[in-house]
Design a binder for this molecule. Structure first.
Ligand code: FAQ
Length: 311
């Protein structure tokens, strides 16, 4: 990769041109996207597990139908994302193998257990809320297939966020026991949701290059701050308290000051030591293995059709 090639590529990025799969691109740009899109896809697929856990126990038919649709949407998001990564020359099988071998990451948030129905509302409110904050700027990502996939994903996430908030609102306005469930879920999910945005900017090894390539449009800390500023008033509206004693409005910066994130917990979970890491990978492997016959049947069917067409 000559300096001229890299300069020409950067000029296209700076001119806000979209990069398409067949365009020449630096190997680092391709690798960064395969890593990020692959991990994003894995997060959607692994992210089906904590909520899937509650489909059979949703408290009404309406809640069950909405949750079923949400979890199916997440499966769909995973598929668009795998397809976007495949345009960069990596196969879905390779990405899946990397996930199962613990080489590819997925979001830390999905390594926490869903203990009560209030967790389902709180995941919609906070986890989908954080996902939207991170993904809206990805609709303007320099890589065309990723940016386009994000448009529909964000529309669906916005429905997910609202259905979650409505669940929490129902609980917050319910009996004292229901309010307590909602508060307990907020207590457990608040800090892990803030961790979804990744390490502090100073510790984020990929941010500078990803910002220069316009894969990322905002830094981890910027997006985390936007999320806190948007979410604290939502908690206040519900009459729930955010579990951070240092949370305080800062007039000067026009945003909230907040307490320090427990980064040792973050890295422990990212490195596989969270409460549910082992279960999540075990369940994904089991789903992949149990689905082998479907993939084989689909391949056999495709081969049969191909020979029929030739004949
Ligand atoms: N968990 O240098 P950076 C969803 C890793 S939403 C685990 O800052 P980068 C929807 C990072 O990969 C969740 N690992 O990295 C849903 C890197 O390790 P590597 C998924 C994390 O890439 C809702 C290392 O730390 N969303 O699924 C985390 O510039 C409800 C250094 O970090 C996306 O993936 C973490 N939280 O910035 C589904 C969005 N944070 O790769 C179901 C797209 C960092 O060198 C239910 N991704 N790491 O081994 C991104 O925007 C970026 O990749 C960041 C990280 C912001 C996550």
């Amino acid at each position: 990769e000559t300096p001229e090639f890299l300069a020409r590529f950067q000029a296209r990025i700076d001119a806000e041109e979209k990069i398409e799969p067949n365009d020449a691109m630096p190997e680092g740009y391709r690798r960064t996207l395969v890593r990020q899109i692959g991990q994003h896809a894995h997060s959607e697929i692994v992210g089906m597990l904590p909520e899937g856990n509650w489909i059979t126990r949703a408290p009404s038919l309406k809640r069950k139908a909405a949750l079923l649709a949400k979890v199916q949407d997440e499966g769909g998001h995973g598929l668009y994302l795998y397809a976007a990564a495949e345009t960069l020359g990596v196969s879905r099988e390779e990405m899946t193998e990397e996930l199962h071998a613990g080489k590819a990451k997925y979001s830390s948030i999905f390594n926490y257990p869903t203990l009560s129905w209030a967790d389902i509302g709180t995941i919609g409110w906070l986890v989908d809320g954080a996902a939207i904050m991170n993904q809206i700027p990805l609709c303007r990502c320099s890589f065309g297939p990723y940016a386009r996939a994000m448009i529909r994903v964000c529309k669906e996430e916005s429905f997910h966020q609202r259905q979650g908030y409505e669940i929490v609102m129902t609980l917050a306005r319910g009996t004292p026991a229901q309010r307590e469930m909602a508060q307990d879920a907020l207590n457990r999910w608040w800090w892990p949701s803030l961790m979804m945005f990744g390490p502090h900017d100073a510790d984020s090894e990929h941010s500078d290059q990803s910002m220069a390539w316009k894969i990322k449009r905002f830094s981890n800390d910027e997006l985390r701050q936007k999320f806190i500023d948007a979410t604290v008033p939502q908690a206040e509206f519900l009459g729930l308290s955010v579990p951070d004693e240092d949370l305080k409005w800062n007039e000067e910066k026009n945003g909230y000051d907040h307490g320090e994130i427990d980064w040792s917990e973050f890295w422990r979970v990212v490195k596989g030591g969270g409460q549910m890491n082992v279960d999540r990978i075990r369940d994904r492997k089991a789903a992949w293995d149990n689905g082998a016959w479907v993939r084989e049947a689909a391949r056999a069917h495709a081969a049969k059709r191909a020979t029929r067409k030739q004949a």
